[in-house]
Design a protein around this ligand. Structure first.
Ligand code: FAD
Length: 410
């Protein structure tokens, strides 16, 4: 598939990926018509604080915006908010909007992101049961959180634990129910899971593992407790469900673009359709660090893949080859992940677990695959550099705190 150089580019989705595309396209010299269509009412904003500093009230709403209105005006980026794209006509190169309007394009960028996975239980639609993906979700949670005493969080992944930590910090009685036998099981090793279990417990949160949520008990349309399959019950004034996300691929799929757990793209962010790229949480891409097709849900991926997509739209093919990284703030603990640990066959600890300051280096034999750092930003940054270069770090060097990792970068 070859992309024609475009005069009019339309971006669908005003999240991290959509915003980055506007920036990279204009910086890359695109002077044609540029349009960003978003179904949300707000200008593009940072999602990470929604479960952290913004939820607790430490970060004001004004700080959430990536860019003020003037940014878009100055760069002649036409932003169409509160508009959903309902279909794509690939042959005619136009979009149908739910308002009934149509929008033509020369090239199209799909940055439709992901939406929450819903829990199929009666009562999940009660007004005190919430999911968290958008600013409006957090605003709704905040209103009820102010009054709530007991909070039940369903899901011990990143979003669930961040919300649970934020609510605990705010003085709420918080129970986190996780269906698996450990926290964060999809992404970190059992060692890190165990660390987070005791870290959260020692900071006042109740965590129940192997919890199979079965029912919401309700009074007057409000959930008052969460009932598990073993009969245990957890009283709740407020429930937040964080059980993962699913990619928004239906728009692409119904147009005939190949999708498979996300919109399938190549290393240049090209979809199966001519003149259509896709980027961010909505994509399934071949990641050199996974040596496989994966879908990443991270700020890093949204930014770096959008840079690749912008280059493609501008006529320069630069393969996506960025080291995956991620962070999560829970209480006073900053977890930073560099690389992908899938396929590791041993781990090496560096630092002091008892001081909440350490890193876990994941190796496949002698090859470094990933580094999980807790309150150790220098290890994280070095880990990213080591992973992106051809430097060799041995497991012995990683474990030796007297060995200066920086010497490997020289
Ligand atoms: P999205 O942000 O999902 O944006 C897609 C946009 O497209 C949405 O506004 C959506 O409404 C819109 N859209 C979809 N379909 C249409 C349509 N048909 N028409 C018009 N508009 C449409 N990542 C980290 O790396 N670190 C963190 O600490 C972290 N914390 C997070 C905390 C929370 C609470 C959440 C929700 C996410 C967090 N993430 C974090 C993940 C990170 O925010 C996402 O990976 C990133 O925002 C993905 O950006 P995106 O643009 O691909 O998708």
């Amino acid at each position: 598939m070859v992309l024609k150089l475009a005069e009019k580019i339309v971006i669908v989705g005003g999240g991290q990926a959509g915003l980055q595309l506007t920036d990279s396209l204009r910086r890359g010299g695109f002077s044609g018509e540029l349009m960003l269509v978003s179904e949300e009412e707000s200008l593009p904003y940072h999602r990470p604080p929604l479960s952290k500093g913004f939820l607790t009230g430490d970060i004001p709403q004004a700080k959430l915006l990536f860019r003020p209105q003037e940014y878009y005006a100055k760069r002649e980026i036409h932003v169409l908010l509160d508009h959903r794209v309902s279909s794509i006509d690939l042959a005619g190169q136009f979009l149908q909007l739910s308002s009934g309007d149509t929008l033509e394009y020369d090239a199209l960028a799909l940055a439709t992101g992901a939406r929450v996975r819903e829990l199929p239980l009666n009562g999940a639609d009660a007004s005190n049961v919430h999911y968290l993906r958008s600013l409006s979700d957090t605003l709704r949670i905040q209103t009820q959180l102010a009054e709530a005493k007991r909070v039940v969080v369903i899901g011990g992944g990143f979003i669930g634990l961040e919300v649970a930590a934020s609510a605990t910090k705010m003085g709420k009685e918080v129970t986190c129910l996780e269906g698996a036998d450990r926290l964060l099981g999809r992404v970190v090793s059992p060692f890190i899971s165990d660390f987070y279990l005791s870290a959260h417990q020692s900071r006042g949160m109740k965590i129940v593992l192997n919890a199979k949520v079965d029912e919401f008990s309700q009074t007057n349309g409000q959930v008052d407790s969460v009932v598990c399959a073993d009969g245990s019950q957890y009283a709740a004034d407020l429930v937040v469900i964080g059980i993962g996300v699913i990619p928004n691929q239906e728009l692409a799929e119904s147009a005939g673009i190949v999708c498979d757990n996300g919109i399938v793209v190549d290393e240049f962010a090209r979809t199966s359709a001519t003149n259509v790229v896709a980027t961010g949480d909505c994509t399934n891409h071949l990641n050199p660090y996974a040596q496989n097709r994966i879908r990443l849900e991270s700020v890093q991926n949204a930014i770096d893949q959008s840079k690749t997509a912008a280059s493609t739209l501008l006529g320069t093919l630069e393969p996506y080859n960025a080291v995956p990284w991620f962070w999560s703030d829970q209480f006073d603990l900053k977890l930073q992940i560099a690389g992908l640990s899938t396929g590791a066959n041993h781990e090496v600890l560096r630092g002091r677990v008892d001081q909440d300051k350490f890193s876990l280096f994941y190796f496949r034999d002698e090859k470094l695959l990933a580094v999980d750092s807790v309150n150790s930003p220098a290890d994280h940054m070095i880990g990213r550099k080591l992973l992106s270069g051809n430097c060799q770090l041995s497991p012995q060097q990683a474990a030796d705190v007297d060995f200066d990792l920086k010497t490997l970068l020289k």
